[in-house]
Design a protein around this ligand. Structure first.
Ligand code: SF4
Length: 512
């Protein structure tokens, strides 16, 4: 097989061998950029002076001691903090020296940035209410830790997969986000009287993971995970970087073909069947738990955490258990109310890093999102995922409405706009949101969203996923034409809710 450039690099020097170079590294080139990613240090040629460190928190769990250690590292620095949609923390605005030093210092406190970027198994995610929330059947934290032991700090896995591999497992009936966009997803299932997991494979930002039909008892889950990653490592495609995800291998050899490869590493016979137990349920910011106690969801500023807020979280962690959610929010266990400013009213919104943090982005998504009718979306439990470019880190297909940043000259001058995806059936992993509009200028997007939401309200469906099923009886073009007609009819009739400016001002007042 002809190997791509990165694979050829790995043959000359593995990331494991490169690690010792960190001791003396002062200036970096393109090759270093690849190797540094294996230790969670990210830099782009376009922003050569800025480095980011990404920290791994399996299942989103973090201790007070770890939060305190992070605080000590950042307290004197002009950094910016993001919670990602894999429940990790990113520390932005570092120099190379600061990133390497911080990486090493935090390792002493059990906070690692190892294997959080490039060709690695990324932070393993689950629901933040794992083991505690209503509908929690199997607590999976220990399983996640055992999975992580297989590959973390291991020479044979450090940067040695063909491409990144996202993994999720959930023992919950209700999940805050859909996990069907992961390469490997173990979803809560029941077979006969036994609880376990149904296995889904080959998801990515633009495709849902496929149902293998395999049921895995909890005691065999880690072994199955190990077999899958060994099969992917051995048979994954390595000639093109853009065609190396597990998805592509499954496309090439078929799902049955890949299952045969897994058998090579899995000592037992596959068990088939089992019913997926995932259901839909909306939660509010004050969440009643299984034992009658409460947790509070602290909605971040679309993933952004100011240093002031982070400090307050560190203080809270001395009294309450804190977890990071894959919805970019914080969960504080044992607290019914917390005294932290929540400047923006929104729910079920995931926003990628955007142009302030990511050079690929065509939009400042974290600011632009505030101009959308967020209250209307919230009132109707509509899930919105917003990405700054086609890489789709915010997983636009796993939402009721997905937006992806573009530039367009379709309407005259070049301007910023979005692609609009509508109607993902994400709860059960049945269908991705469909591309309805190729290019909507930003100046029209709030109006369009308001038209869509109002049509949903008028439809009488209680749940947007049900409404989406109805829409699926029509082609994407028909749906697009339908919405355009509604927009034409609504001209002058719909007032955009005054959320954007008012919320911005409120936020400024609160954070001042
Ligand atoms: S979706 Fe694009 S712009 Fe957003 S974080 Fe990912 S790569 Fe960057």
């Amino acid at each position: 097989m002809k190997l791509n450039k990165i694979e050829r690099l790995k043959l000359v020097q593995s990331p494991w061998e490169y690690y010792k170079k960190l001791e003396t590294l002062q200036k970096i080139g393109e090759i270093d950029r690849f190797y540094l990613k294996n230790f969670g240090i990210y830099n782009m040629k376009l922003r050569a002076d800025k480095f980011m460190l990404r920290l791994r928190f399996p299942a989103g769990r973090v201790t007070s001691h770890q939060l305190e250690a992070i605080w000590q590292e950042i307290v004197q620095k002009e950094v910016e903090l993001l919670i990602t949609s894999r429940a990790q923390i990113e520390i932005h605005n570092l120099t190379l020296y600061e990133a390497i030093t911080m990486h090493k210092n935090l390792e002493q406190h059990g906070v690692t940035s190892f294997q959080t970027l490039t060709d690695n198994i990324r932070n393993i995610v689950t629901d933040p209410l794992d083991g505690k929330g209503k509908g929690s059947i199997l607590e999976v934290y220990n399983i996640i830790q055992d999975m992580q032991k297989i590959f973390l700090y291991k020479k044979e896995f450090l940067g040695m997969l063909p491409r990144k591999c996202n993994v999720a497992i959930s023992g919950m009936q209700y999940n805050i986000v859909s996990f069907f966009g992961n390469d490997i997803f173990f979803g809560l299932a029941k077979r006969g009287g036994e609880f376990g997991f149904r296995l889904y494979l080959g998801g990515r930002h633009s495709d849902l993971a496929r149902d293998t039909g395999i049921f895995i008892p909890p005691k065999d889950t880690v072994r199955m995970f190990y077999a899958i990653i060994l099969a992917y490592k051995k048979y994954g495609l390595r000639s093109s970087r853009t065609k190396a995800r597990l998805y592509h291998l499954i496309e090439a050899i078929g799902l049955e073909g890949f299952k045969e490869r897994i058998k090579e590493f899995y000592p037992k016979n596959f068990i088939y069947g089992g019913e997926l137990l995932i259901s839909k349920r909306e939660i509010d910011d004050c969440i009643e738990l299984n034992d009658g106690s409460f947790a509070t969801r602290y909605r971040t500023n679309f993933g952004r955490l100011s240093k002031d807020i982070f400090y307050k979280i560190v203080q809270l962690s001395k009294q309450y258990e804190i977890r990071f959610g894959a919805d970019q929010n914080l969960y504080i266990f044992g607290a019914k109310n917390i005294n932290l400013p929540q400047p923006i009213e929104y729910k079920n919104v995931i926003v990628c890093a955007g142009e302030h943090y990511c050079a690929y982005s065509l939009l400042n998504t974290k600011e632009q999102v505030k101009d959308l009718p967020l209250l209307l979306l919230k009132q109707n439990n509509i899930r919105l995922h917003y990405s700054g470019c086609l890489k789709g880190c915010a997983r636009h297909i796993l939402a009721d409405i997905g937006l992806v940043g573009i530039r367009t000259n379709l309407f005259g001058q070049v301007e910023r706009g979005v692609r609009v995806y509508v109607g993902g059936e994400y709860t059960y992993g049945k269908a991705p949101a469909r591309l309805i509009f190729w290019a909507v200028p930003l100046r029209k997007i709030s109006f369009l969203l308001e038209v869509i939401v109002r049509d949903f309200i008028k439809s009488g469906f209680n749940d947007f996923e049900e409404y989406a099923k109805k829409l699926r009886e029509y082609s994407s073009e028909q749906v697009a034409f339908y919405y355009l007609q509604l927009m034409e009819k609504a001209k002058g009739d719909i007032t955009i809710l005054p959320t954007a400016q008012q919320l911005k001002k409120k936020e400024q007042d609160l954070f001042r």
